[in-house]
Design a protein around this ligand. Structure first.
Ligand code: HEM
Length: 527
């Protein structure tokens, strides 16, 4: 009897071991199987001649940073050719040259899918099984229209929050004080954006703010982990596990915001039932924030068809809470670049002088001050040009049966993941004068063309400036981002002296990310 039991346990263990080794072998074969589907004519800077070298190429990318992709850019993109890469997540990728950007962004969704490419680039669908990329795209009209239209009106409240945070974190500091730059920018950006998104008193409620930050941080980490660092056949599982903290934080944030969404939706619905009139009439007297605009969006058919107040919080998280980290990382890059530039250029001084003048005249004229901050605007564009937060952009997946013929004549099969190397393109001398040199005022003359009382006309996206994407999926929060970053930096340089740095510290470049280290300490003194 006992012997039979041992025998059946041993058989079970053997079967499990056999199944496991088949599964592991299939997993390890994945990079090669997917790579071998690409046409043999497609070039590559990696040597993947068989299953093991393909696997090795994937592992090499863990420490390669942008080395392999830059090699491919120099060898092939510069000659107008597409090339293939392998990634840490075992998915091959075909990189298109700069001249094919327009073609890439103008293909219809049923040929090159933006939504499907998201599975490889951000894995949101695996973290939120109900996530729907086309609803996100539709819902982001709220940012594009309402938030952007009201962007100048957010100036005053953003100032108040920057002042509030700096008084608390730095204080009157009349002598030099050491502060962690990331902590300061992070606190400012979270508080100032929350002031615009949900208003007072929540934006100053420490517990609520911890949940918001926890949500954005855990979602960002889960996305990178599941999409970029996990072999793709395992990403459903890792997304679920990495998503656990996200589910916790979203429940906490919901406990604050669901009642606000519920009340606002009911109020707007009631108004809609009694009043005839335009959207402006409906929103008259309502708080100008994302709770109002998103509720109104849903009632007028923008975004998902039916959505409960607690689902609205999830949407708010994806639309607006998650991208907050982009704002403080960019401000950190901008300040690191300015503080470590050669002192003879006196860039920081020029920015400070302009900000002082613009603030003084803005107070008199009542015009938004951000319109006149051309030097800061240009410095932000330049830092984003040189240090795009993500060195690859415009991700698309081939979904047409039978594949797609690329503009260079090669046919790639369905499932192929495409993108361009925006980081390399934006540092290419063919597209920017002296492209490898940091010139913070590179864009000033173009920005000044509109005059200092009007918003700059220079677009934030074009075929050679992809930091916010390009085309119909370009970032809908870009105008608001620029507005808030300009105000924050202007306030900081007007009110604080900041000690220069001897050398620009390198960023962390990992998978598809390029971010500053979290530990930069700077010395500041109240002016
Ligand atoms: C420096 C700051 C920011 C940078 C560099 C940035 C960059 C980007 C990029 C590269 C994309 C993807 C474009 C594509 O798929 O081709 C994107 C999408 C998006 N961004 Fe931003 N972003 C920033 C700030 C913001 C802010 C503050 C918000 C919200 C207020 C926001 C909301 C969104 C949304 C909702 C999408 C998805 C749009 C869609 O798929 O239709 N972003 N952003």
């Amino acid at each position: 009897m006992i012997g039979e039991m041992y025998a059946s346990i041993a058989t079970g263990v053997k079967t499990a071991a056999a199944v496991l080794s088949i599964a592991v072998s299939l997993l390890l074969l994945c990079p090669w199987a997917a790579y071998a589907r690409l046409p043999p004519s497609i070039k590559s800077p990696i040597k993947a001649k068989g299953p093991f070298s393909a696997l090795r190429a994937c592992f090499n990318e863990i420490t390669a940073g942008t080395t392999t992709s830059t090699k491919g850019y120099e060898l092939y993109s510069k000659k107008g050719q597409s090339f293939a890469m392998l990634n840490i997540n075992f998915r091959p990728q075909v990189i298109l040259p700069p001249e094919h950007v327009r073609w890439l962004v103008t293909q219809p969704e049923d040929i090159l899918s933006h939504a499907k490419a998201g599975d490889d680039a951000d894995a949101l669908r695996y973290i939120w099984p109900l996530f729907n990329a086309s609803a996100l795209h539709s819902f982001s009209k709220v940012l594009q229209n309402d938030l952007t239209r009201n962007v100048a009106q957010t100036e005053e409240v953003v100032f108040e929050e920057v002042e509030h945070v700096l008084n608390e974190l730095v204080g009157p500091a009349e002598s030099w004080k050491e502060v962690n730059m990331v902590q300061v920018f992070e606190r400012i950006m979270y508080q100032a954006t929350q002031r615009v998104y949900v208003g007072l008193p929540l934006c100053r409620d420490a517990t609520y703010m911890e949940y918001v930050k926890g949500y954005a941080r855990s979602l960002g980490t889960a996305m990178v982990f599941a999409a970029q660092l996990t072999p793709w056949p395992l990403r459903r599982l890792t997304a679920l596990l990495a998503g656990l903290p996200v589910y916790y934080y979203v429940l906490r944030v919901r406990s604050y915001l669901s009642p606000l969404f519920k009340a606002q939706m009911e109020r707007l619905r009631a108004k809609e039932g009694t009043k005839e009139g335009t959207k402006e009439d409906l929103l008259a007297g309502e708080p100008g924030n994302l709770i109002t605009w998103m509720s109104n969006g849903v009632l007028s058919g923008v975004g998902p068809k039916s959505v409960s107040p607690s689902e609205m919080v999830t949407w708010l998280g994806i639309l607006a809470l998650l991208p907050t980290d982009n704002l403080w990382t960019t401000c950190t890059n901008v300040l690191l670049d300015l503080l470590s530039s050669e002192s003879e250029h006196a860039y920081l001084q020029a920015i400070r002088e302009e900000a002082k003048t613009v603030f003084a005249s803005g107070k008199e004229s009542g015009q938004p001050v951000s319109h006149g901050l051309h030097h800061i605007d240009s410095a932000i564009r330049e830092s984003l040009r040189m240090n795009s937060l993500s060195p690859r952009s415009l991700h698309r997946q081939v979904v047409r049966r039978g594949g797609v013929v690329l503009p260079d004549g090669q046919t790639v099969p369905p499932g192929t993941w495409l993108c361009v190397l925006s980081g390399n393109l934006q540092r290419d001398d063919d597209f920017y004068d002296d492209a490898q040199t940091y010139k913070p005022f590179r864009f000033v003359s173009k920005l000044a063309e509109a005059g200092s009382d009007k918003a700059p006309l220079l677009p934030l996206t074009n075929e050679k400036y992809l930091t916010f994407g390009y085309g119909r999926h370009a970032c809908p929060g870009r105008w608001f981002s620029f507005q808030i970053m300009k105000i924050v930096i202007a306030y900081l340089v007007i009110n604080y002296d900041i000690e220069p740095l001897e050398k620009r510290p390198d960023n962390i470049v990992f998978a598809d990310l390029n971010i500053p280290h979290l530990s930069h300490v700077i010395r500041v003194k109240r002016i």
